[in-house]
Design a protein around this ligand. Sequence first.
Ligand code: S3P
Length: 266
Amino acid sequence: MIKEPDTLMLVGFMGAGKTTVGKEIARQHHSRFIDIDSEIERVAGQTIPEIFIERGEIGFRALETQVLASVQTFNGVVATGGGIVERPENIAVLKNSPATIIYLHGNLESTIGRLIIEGQRPLLQEKSTAEFFALWKERDPKYQSVANMTVETVGKTPARIAAEIIALFSANEDELALLALRSQIDAFDRQIFKIIAQRLEVVSSVARYKEKFGLATIQTNRMVRLRNDLKADFALSEDITDDMIDAVMAILMQAAIDKENRQLDR
Ligand code: S3P
């Protein structure tokens, strides 16, 4: 069982939402929050970009190791920096830590999107997309190795991720494995609905086009062809049956027709 921890530590790649989710857990759970990056800035009296410029990444990492050691028994939630697993000595500290460690796992697309909005990451400025991806792949197993549990974050709001993590505190060992899998399923559900919303946006453009050229809303032949193509493409899948394709496409097409009609009524 992940007992209600004195110290809950969040690890994960930069832009995974460690600070935002950490603050949200502290808010929902009435506990304290500390961010290792902010602590480093406080100790150094400089911002992280300034530390990277003046002391280099090596100087930054030394400060990071020092601060990591000092927060091991912090009573509350600790957000680490994405590079906390860069130094083997930090990995050793994390593996022997009294804290409960949660890996916030995302995907590269959502991470880069977030980082571009936030800015301020020296490593993002200096690395190409390929190097960034390589760093991602290199760090992923390291986060896994230090964490007690991985939570999937893709498509979820910080409040939902925080609630998911708080729910872990009352789970026993067997339930934890199940919760980790459900965390992935919940993320897929959010991605599925996000894609449906994107599909409907395209539908909306199609409706404008049809209106302009006086085409019918429902193109029966195209719909039949679309389903048949899908059935052919998934013919080898045991899980994606013809019935499932018919049922899901019926829902998607009804949503599209409703959207087109709403739009044309305006
Ligand atoms: C870093 C991540 C940053 C910060 C520094 C280095 C990294 O923290 O510590 O820019 O090496 O991934 P966040 O994970 O909070 O962005």
